[in-house]
Write a new protein. Structure first.
Length: 341
């Protein structure tokens, strides 16, 4: 049995090497003059290279950047006007010289084949210089977060008493259908009581996107507590990213050797029962992620024999909210959403 187990482990490692191809885009393949950015008057989407399965949406109309993403190397944390919408608040790229600045609702397209599907592992993110100042001090069209003067949100609540926030929502699509799972990341958060825990992101933070699942396109949507009477966001809609990483996974069918995966009770206030059946021996990792993509529970059960199984996940210590259970055999995976009450 030990030899069989060793063979299974070896095969698993070999398949993992063959079927997982991680691709990271740090935007360093582009040559830019100092303090400049991508600009194409034809509004052409851009692709880092023929070997990388990703294309970044880009729109340009009437001498204005209208949608998508631009790669840039601008280093400027001083100019907080609209003439400096491309610079990141961290001053420099996460690594290297270049990074990308992104507009609200930008699309990123990933190329899949019949045998290889893409997951976005994640990326690093920060605010832009312009947005950091807008949140901190306000602009002519948006309010200062946490301000105690003025008419406040929607003219109904005094500023400073409404929980201000700016967040990114990462949404995935596959074959034109929106995936049920998504990831949220707060770029500014003034929701906690008092001011001691208020923050605006100005360094590079990692956004884990594994919970979004297999995708052929990704949409990056901003949402803010500062909206107008038509419920449109007034906070400027820009942010910067770096080291955008995808992982190719083999197979259209996720976890072909594991069936009947269920979670109960869902929603749950205490423990969560994960039930599944295996039709062949398989080594699994079972992890729980919060909605920001942070891993909060990790389990690696012993090698599973063929047949039904039940794993009890202790979720009592988790805060109320949306979470994702990711079941992986090292080759493919399945993600299921649950709600903690």
């Amino acid at each position: 049995m030990k030899n069989v187990a060793k063979i299974l482990i070896t095969l698993s490692m070999m398949l993992s090497c063959i079927t997982h191809a991680q691709v990271t885009e740090s935007f360093e393949s582009y040559t830019l003059t100092p303090n400049f950015f991508y600009q194409d008057n034809n509004g052409t989407d851009w692709r880092p290279s023929a070997t990388k399965p990703m294309t970044f949406e880009y729109g340009w109309e009437n001498s204005t950047w209208t949608s998508g993403s631009v790669y840039t190397n601008i280093q400027d944390t001083i100019d907080v006007t609209t003439s400096n919408i491309y610079a990141c608040a961290s001053y420099t790229a996460y690594d290297g010289s270049n990074y990308a600045t992104v507009k609200d609702s930008a699309m990123i397209y990933l190329e899949n084949t019949p045998t290889f599907l893409n997951k976005v592992s994640g990326f690093f993110i920060t605010n832009t210089t312009f947005v950091k100042n807008a949140v901190k001090n306000g602009t002519a069209g948006s309010r200062k977060f946490g301000d105690t003067t003025g008419t406040g949100w929607g003219g109904l609540v005094a500023q400073g008493t409404y929980p201000d926030w700016l967040k990114l929502i990462v949404i995935g699509y596959h074959n034109g259908i929106q995936n049920p799972n998504y990831v949220e990341f707060y770029l500014a958060d003034y929701r906690p009581a008092g001011t001691i825990n208020d923050y605006i992101v100005s360094d590079w933070r990692y956004v884990n996107c594994i919970a979004v699942g297999f995708v052929d396109s990704l949409q990056l949507i901003l949402s803010s507590s500062d909206i107008n009477s038509a419920y449109k966001m007034r906070t400027p809609g820009y942010f910067s990213i770096d080291r955008f990483t995808t992982t190719n996974n083999v197979g259209i069918n996720e976890l072909e050797n594991i069936v009947n995966i269920t979670l109960s009770p869902n929603p749950t206030s205490q423990n969560l029962n994960l039930n599944y059946s295996t039709i062949s021996e398989s080594e699994l990792s079972i992890d729980v992620y919060d909605i920001s993509g942070k891993k909060v529970i990790s389990n690696q059960p012993d090698q599973n024999h063929v047949g039904p199984h039940q794993l009890i996940l202790n979720t009592e210590t988790l805060e109320a909210g949306i979470y994702f259970v990711n079941v992986s055999n090292g080759i493919s995976s399945k993600t299921i959403k649950f709600i903690k009450l």
